[in-house]
Design a protein around this ligand. Structure first.
Ligand code: NI
Length: 176
């Protein structure tokens, strides 16, 4: 098991539209194990391969039923080549991201989604999700399309956040 480095905005690799996984081999399964460990280490509820510098459509999630009481591993799921088949409704939630440090902002997304993907054994799976689970799925699938949650904000809000991050990074550089 290897802990992977999580890329931070504005790393240009985060804009990568990741490639489809053509064959699920031991390399992919090792990637999934490493991503899972990295997600837990960072206390995240989801992680996409592009966030660890890997150009593949792979995401891992472990979305708690109750945000106040996380049970590690209970809802752990690895999805390969996930696609949103249907989406409906709307929900606003204050999102954060392991690649966008120190920023949280309200994002509006579909409240219900139907997903198709492959599991780590290569079986085709389809399922429906709602609430925080649906939000996390959309957030992670965005990542493998090269989209960050801040890209989903209004241009005004997005620019404000980007300036704030730039300032924080500059302050960090001066501190070194
Ligand atoms: Ni994220």
């Amino acid at each position: 098991m290897t802990l992977l480095g999580i890329l931070k905005y504005p790393d240009p690799f985060l804009k990568t539209k990741a490639k489809k996984v053509e064959s699920i081999d031991d390399g992919i399964r090792a990637l999934i194990r490493d991503m899972t460990e990295t997600m837990y280490q960072a206390r995240g509820i989801g992680l996409a391969a592009t966030q660890v510098g890997v150009d593949k459509r792979v995401v891992v999630l472990d979305v708690p039923d109750d945000e106040e009481r996380r049970e590690r591993g209970k809802n752990l799921m690895a999805l390969i080549n996930p696609e949103i088949l249907e989406s409906s409704g709307s929900i606003k939630y204050e999102e954060g991201c392991l690649s966008v440090q120190g920023i949280n902002a309200d994002v509006e997304r579909a409240s219900n989604v139907k997903i198709r993907a492959l599991d780590r054994e290569g079986n085709a799976i389809e399922f429906e999700a709602e609430g925080l689970f649906a939000i996390a799925l959309q957030h992670e699938i965005d990542h493998i399309d090269g989209i960050l949650f801040i890209d989903r904000l209004s241009p005004l809000k997005r620019d404000m956040i980007k300036r704030k991050i730039k300032k924080a990074l500059e302050a960090e550089e001066r501190a070194l």
